[in-house]
Design a protein around this ligand. Structure first.
Ligand SMILES: NC(=O)C1=CN([C@@H]2O[C@H](COP(=O)(O)OP(=O)(O)OC[C@H]3O[C@@H](n4cnc5c(N)ncnc54)[C@H](OP(=O)(O)O)[C@@H]3O)[C@@H](O)[C@H]2O)C=CC1
Ligand SMILES: O=C(O)CCC(=O)C(=O)O
Length: 456
């Protein structure tokens, strides 16, 4: 059932995937690949750093990619096999770290891209972690809670040799949550025959989860905005915002901004969005979404569109609204070469991973739209995951205040570093973030010497 594409095998498989049979790189545009698009950011940043070419070459490929088939007995007695993945992109800076996504669109290419971004994100925040990501291809809204639990435990059985507190530490991502993380931790502990809280982060508090982890992604993004918006002349009362995605990250950033006095004029979820030019009452939109939840549903099947007081809009319309700040907080590849010319926001804060493609980056830059990159903006989640892992290993737990103060310090400090690099080198903020991460990755990879390959 388990197909372990590890080390040489994984590298050659990935080489094949990246290079195609004719040896033509996907970076040359042979087919659509989110990983090759992600790699374009690396290639651009490499022009602004002086790092060893061997280091750069190592970072072009995921270290190892595991593909698993997960058999699940469904409630009606039938057997279904689900495809799952775990990719460890690079572990030069420490055990690999990254969430697990349950979504119908999950592919190996997507998981590899997400693991690539985790590698650079952990380096941006100077966390002692490399990058990883996992996923299962399914629509979790179609499963009962018991089916979801059996699937999650089956996934952990399949990847158990690939993860561990000192190897690779999963966490939540799209359509996974603390309950799912709790099952993962429990299943891993059963396999190891010892309670192992540090194998997974984003757990329920009662199972060793950290205060502040649920709000951490949004809170981190909020600290970035607090640092940069005032210097761009934007105060809350003169700033309109649209948020795409109303899950963990999107609903909480919308509420934080609303409470700080920003005018959040539009929000959306998978079913569409709502718009009010005078600003939405975000707590009541959250309540409407929550209260329209299907009875016993594991996932919130209600929608912000059930808010009957305001006009509904599509996700495409939301992205093109005339607002000051656009916050994509759903999935990748939302702003592409096709719609980048129609984006009207002045600033984009990438709370989602990879919402803007590299082609779109160039168009937005030419139009003077500033993009604050995912590997900085959404790094609050993994930062508090790191705090959770530290607490689990020490067996000593912090207050919410301590977590949030440490998060604020880390996010503001790295925002300042990236801002300064962008100014000094006269480059865009995304490239500056990659430059910042690359310097740290270069230090770590060189320090390891010739373990993986020759570094002169
Ligand atoms: N959770 C975390 O700690 C972190 C998350 N991120 C990133 O943030 C993004 C959101 O993750 P998270 O909030 O955790 O996920 P959730 O599962 O909590 O929420 C996802 C939200 O996106 C909505 N959505 C799904 N598909 C679409 C679509 N096609 N168009 C518009 N909205 C859509 C969902 O709608 P509905 O409610 O209708 O299902 C839901 O509101 C992802 O890119 C993730 O990788 C980044 C760092 C950390
Ligand atoms: O908390 C973590 O470890 C990872 C969160 C995540 O998946 C992400 O930052 O994209």
């Amino acid at each position: 059932m388990v197909n372990l594409l590890s080390n040489a095998a994984a590298d050659s498989a990935t080489h094949a995937a990246l290079n195609g049979s004719a040896g033509k790189s996907l970076l040359d545009g042979a087919a659509h690949s989110t990983l090759s698009d992600a790699n374009r950011r690396l290639e651009k940043a490499l022009k602004y750093v002086s790092i060893n070419e061997d280091v750069a070459e190592r970072l072009r490929y995921p270290k190892s990619s595991l593909v698993v088939s997960i058999p699940v007995r469904m409630d009606d007695g039938s057997l279904r096999i689900f495809q799952g993945y775990r990719v460890r992109y690079d572990d030069s800076r420490g055990p690999t770290k990254g969430g697990v996504r349950y979504h119908p669109g999950v592919t190996l290419d997507e998981v590899q891209s997400l693991a690539f971004w985790m590698t650079f994100k952990c380096a941006v925040l100077n966390l002692p972690f490399g990058g990883a990501k996992g996923g299962i291809t399914l629509n979790p809204k179609e499963l009962s809670k018991f089916e979801l639990e059996r699937l999650t435990r089956g996934y952990v059985d399949a990847i158990a040799d690939f993860i561990g507190p000192d190897i690779d530490i999963p966490a939540p991502d799209v359509y996974t949550n603390p309950m799912v993380m709790g099952w993962m931790m429990d299943q891993y502990s059963i396999i190891q025959r010892k309670i192992t809280p540090a194998v997974v982060t984003g757990k329920p508090i009662t199972m060793g989860g950290s205060q502040g982890r649920e709000s951490a992604t949004a809170m981190g993004a909020f600290f970035v905005m607090q640092t940069v918006l005032p210097r761009l002349g934007k105060s809350p009362e003169n700033t309109t915002v649209a948020v795409q995605g109303f899950g963990n990250a999107g609903s909480i950033i919308a509420e934080l901004l609303y409470k700080a006095g920003y005018k959040v004029v539009a929000v959306s979820d998978s079913q569409g969005g709502v718009y009010a030019s005078q600003g939405l009452d975000i707590p009541s939109v959250r309540q409407i979404k929550e209260s329209s939840r299907r009875l016993k549903a594991v996932y919130c099947e209600g929608s912000v569109c059930n808010d009957q007081e305001h006009s509904t809009i599509t996700n495409e319309q939301l992205l093109e609204l005339d607002v000051d700040v656009l916050v994509p907080a759903a999935l990748e590849n939302q702003i592409t070469a096709e719609n980048a010319g129609r984006i009207q926001a002045r600033y984009i804060f990438e709370v989602a991973n990879g919402p803007v493609t590299s082609d779109a980056d160039a168009i937005l830059e030419n139009r003077g739209i500033q993009v604050f990159p995912d590997i900085l903006v959404n790094a609050g989640g993994v930062t508090v995951s790191y705090f959770e892992w530290v607490q689990n290993r020490n067996g000593f737990y912090w207050s919410a205040d301590k977590v949030n103060h440490r998060l604020e310090f880390a996010m503001k400090q790295e925002t300042e570093h990236i801002w300064a690099i962008a100014q000094e080198q006269d480059i865009d903020l995304r490239t500056a973030a990659y430059v910042h991460a690359l310097n740290r990755l270069d230090d770590a990879i060189r320090a390891k010497g010739t373990r993986d390959f020759y570094v002169s």
